[in-house]
Structure formats: C-alpha cells, structure tokens
Design a protein around this ligand. Structure first.
Ligand code: EPZ
Length: 417
C-alpha cells in the first residue's frame, strides 16, 4: 500500500502542467459507445479512473487504445455485451455513464446500481426517471438496472428537480440518438458538460444551449467519428492553486483557464491570494497573510464541491475564522478529523464547518478516505511543520496524475514510499 511522505514549510515556485480533466474524460469515453467511431480524445490524463473506464468499455466489446506518451485515447467498434458488472461499477460510480449511450444505441442495458461511496448515498434516480421519460422501461432486480427501449428512445422535456452532473451527461448522450427533440431543463452547467456537448456535436449531434442550464437536442439517426481535445482539469488546477496559496509561493498553472474555476477565483482573491491569467495559464501568488473567507458549495459557476476539502485545508492556516457549508453531498467532511490531528481547529455540525485559523499545522501520519479529502491532507502537509505521512494514496491516484513529481518540481519535499 503506497504512502506519501511530505516535509512541509517550503514555499512553492515554478510551473505545474495541468492535465486533461478526469471528469470530462470519463463521460467522453462513454460517448464512444454512441458510434462505430473512431473517437479520438486528445490531452487524455493517465489516471486510475481512466484505466477503470477503459476496462469497462473493453468488456462491453469496444476497442480502446491509450497512448500515454501522446496523451491520446482512441475508441472504436461496437458494444456486443450490454452489461456493466457490479465489480467494475462499484469501483467507480462514473461507470453508470454507459447507461444512456447503451440504451440509446442498442436499445438495452444492464448496469449494476453503483451503490454509495464515502461521500454519500449518491442515488441515480434522476438518470432512471429521465430515461423512462424518453421511453425506456426499467426493471430493478438483483442490484442491477435492466433498461429496455426496443423501439428506441424518443425525445422528451426533462426538468431536473435538482442539478445533477451525471444525470445531465447520461441524458444528453441518450438524447443525441433519440427520435425527435429532447429538452433538458435545469441542466448542470459544469465545463465538463460543455466539453461533452462539443464532442457530441463533432460526432454529428445537434445540440443547442451549450453552457446554459437548458439544452435542446435534435436526435439524429447515427453519430460518426471525431477527434476532440479534452479541456484542462479545473479541479487539479484549483488544487495546485491552493498548494501555492498554503505555502506562500508563486506558481504558474500551465493550461489552466480562469473561467473554469468559477467562484473559486473570487474566494481565493478574498483570502488574499493573487490569481492572474497569463497566456500560458493561471499565475497564483500569495505573498502576504491569508485571510479567512466563508464558502458554500454550489453547482457551477458556484464554488465547486470538489474544491471544498482543499479550501478547508487552506483556511486551517488563515487569519481568523471561515465557515464552510457543503450543500451537494451529505458526508463530505471526512478530512476534518485528519486535519484536526495536524493541529487544525475545526468544528462541524451538519453541513457547516467552522475553521479557526492557527499559525502553524504540525505534520502527522494521516489517513485518506476519498479523492479530494486525501489531497487536502497533502496540502496541509505542504504547510505543516515536520513530516506528514498520507496513507491509502490509491485515492489520490484516481484523480491526480504524478502528484509528487509535479509538486517536487516546484520545490515541495514530497516522495512516495
Ligand atoms: C460528478 O458526480 C463528479 N464526478 C463529482 O466529482 C462531483 O463532485 C459531482 O459531479 C458534483 O459536481 C464525475 O464527474 C465523474 P451529481 P455526480 O449527480 O455526477 C444527487 C470527484 O471528486 N443525485 O451532480 O455523481 C447526488 O446524490 C467526483 O471527481 C441524486 O439525488 O454528481 C448529489 O447529492 C466526486 N440523484 C447531487 O445530486 C441522481 O440521480 C449532485 O450529484 C443523481 C444525483
């Protein structure tokens, strides 16, 4: 079981390359099921979750090749197995994104219910209800969703009672091959949705309203081949922005885009962090004190829930108090007890946490529980006095490519043991 050892206290300075977005790549790979292809995805990251999705699509019968040096994924062929098995789906919830494409293209799918994960129960009722509105019939048995649409899917007006990234993605993909027009109202607006829509358009889909919360899709008979460059990972960029801020350094995030960070930019500036857009990417500088700021996570363009744990680590060493409210997931404060072991002063009750800044954190052995909680412990370790050992780093490898290489290159004392 790999662990990561950090000796804190070094201000970071230099350049960090930002890779392709994990949460764009996963739905884009599922979109490969919608056509014979080939679908070529450029700027693809090399992450554990991408490997899991590759295995899933290959067991469906697709050909998926990944050239890690060229950062390219090529998907082709047709699925001849319409089942997504429990042992793969339970490893990665995003597996459920094969549901819409399989039903739309092949008229049937048998996908394991993903089950919960560390951060919450994470139901898929909105995915199911939307596809039912489009004519799919579901049979839930043995922990599997068995969906059938023998006459194919037909367009529908789907109003989401709450914003859901995955449900928007599943239904957007399904709508591209449905008969007639589909309207997705109160659709998620995360940049990854826009990236998926752009790729689907390149494959021949007809989509209007990209970037808004109302998507209108005109179904077509078939989709074709396409080449699509994946957008940079805004959560990786935001994470390394917090690394520069927490160590009091200056870092250029190569390829990062200001617009993708939404409210995170405003909040970082409120804390005294300087965020500037340069041609090569985003320059993050923190030269004076850090001030506490309040944050509430919201769907894009609000403050991203995937940045909450990282921001909390930053607030642990800020001047004054910060109130952090998590509105998206019901159990996303598991980094709190670990940060407390490093000397942080945090109290949470329900969905809100109060962080009282301390002058210094102290290194300690800590345990990671989920992807973003584990990276918040790395951030705390970068600022802490002494040595921090982060256990269970397989969580990290799901979403951060070569994190110790990228951080060492800008002066962090970090190694995998
Ligand atoms: C995506 O998950 C991301 N994953 C998550 O990132 C991210 O935290 C989340 O969106 C919110 O931005 C990928 O893109 C692969 P949701 P998703 O559907 O689609 C509830 C990471 O760290 N809900 O927007 O599963 C749900 O329980 C991961 O990279 C329903 O009730 O998120 C949650 O409370 C973690 N019914 C809220 O909606 C449904 O059918 C938002 O979930 C679907 C969702």
């Amino acid at each position: 079981m790999d662990r990561i050892r950090i000796r804190g206290g070094k201000p970071l300075s230099g350049r960090i390359p930002i890779g392709g977005a994990k949460n764009a790549t996963l739905p884009l790979m599922a979109a490969g099921l919608l056509s014979e292809g080939p679908l070529t995805l450029e700027n693809a990251p090399d992450l554990a979750d991408i490997t899991t999705m590759r295995h899933l699509l290959v067991q469906h019968g697709m050909q998926v090749t990944q050239d890690k040096a060229e950062r390219r994924l090529v998907l082709s062929g047709a699925a001849d197995n319409l089942e997504a098995p429990y042992d793969l789906v339970r490893k990665m919830r995003a597996s459920v994104l094969v549901l819409g494409p399989l039903v739309a293209r092949f008229g049937e799918a048998r996908v394991s219910l993903p089950g919960g994960c560390a951060i919450g129960t994470r139901p898929v009722d909105l995915h199911i209800k939307g596809l039912e509105q489009m004519g799919a019939v579901f049979d839930l048995e043995g922990g599997y969703m068995h969906a059938k649409a023998p006459q194919g899917l037909r367009g529908a007006r789907i109003i989401f009672p709450q914003v859901s990234v995955g449900a928007t993605e599943n239904l957007l993909m399904a709508a591209t091959l449905a008969e007639g027009t589909t309207e997705l109202v109160n659709a998620a607006r995360e940049p990854e949705i826009g990236d998926l829509a752009m790729c689907l358009m390149r494959m021949g889909a007809r989509i209007e309203g990209i970037g808004t919360d109302r998507l209108v899709v005109e179904g077509v008979k078939r989709l074709g081949a396409a080449t699509h460059p994946i957008i940079p990972d805004r959560i990786e960029a935001g994470t390394y922005a917090c690394a520069a801020a927490i160590t009091g350094g200056t870092v250029l995030l190569e390829g990062a885009r200001m617009v993708d960070l939404g409210a995170v930019v405003r909040t970082l500036r409120e804390c005294g962090v300087d965020v500037a857009e340069e041609t090569a990417g985003l320059r993050i500088t923190r030269s004076n004190g850090l001030r506490g700021a309040d944050v509430m996570t919201e769907p894009f363009p609000g403050f991203a829930t995937d940045m909450q744990a990282q921001f909390m680590a930053l607030m642990c060493v800020a001047e004054g108090a910060s109130m952090i409210t998590e509105t998206i997931f019901e159990n996303r404060f598991m980094h709190v007890p670990e940060l407390t072991r490093m000397g942080a002063r945090i109290k949470y009750h329900g969905q809100s946490a109060i962080v009282r800044g301390v002058p210094k954190l102290s290194g300690a052995p800590v345990m990671a529980t989920d992807l973003r909680a584990s990276v918040s412990l790395v951030l705390a370790g970068l600022a802490a006095q002494g040595e921090t050992i982060v256990n269970r780093v397989y969580h990290l490898d799901r979403g951060y490519e070569a994190i110790e290489r990228k951080l060492s290159a800008v002066g962090a004392e970090i190694e995998r043991i």
